[in-house]
Write a new protein. Sequence first.
Length: 112
Amino acid sequence: MTRAAEIRPVTASKQKGPHATRSSREGGGPEPTARRLPKRTRTEWIRFVGYWIATLLVAQENVAGSLWLWLKLEYVRANLVHLGYPPYFERIIGFLAAPRCGRPTRPRLWDA
């Protein structure tokens, strides 16, 4: 006897529970439903889009600032000297600028 002949589908009469009419091949569970997002009003969409535009602008500015520090532009060095910072301060700020680039795009990252 082959293996295919040994496997017989379970009929509805042999199944138990509220899903007895479904075959065992379908899993016998409830129908999966698509997760629906709540509909947003016009005001909520404006706030949502405005939030992400502002967030991406801040993130872009952080990326540009960190690139300026990594590239050691004379403009940045002149401003730091003008403000009275020591020359090694540029390296410290440049190292710490990298993690702050993507942080604004991840809301509630540090929430408990």
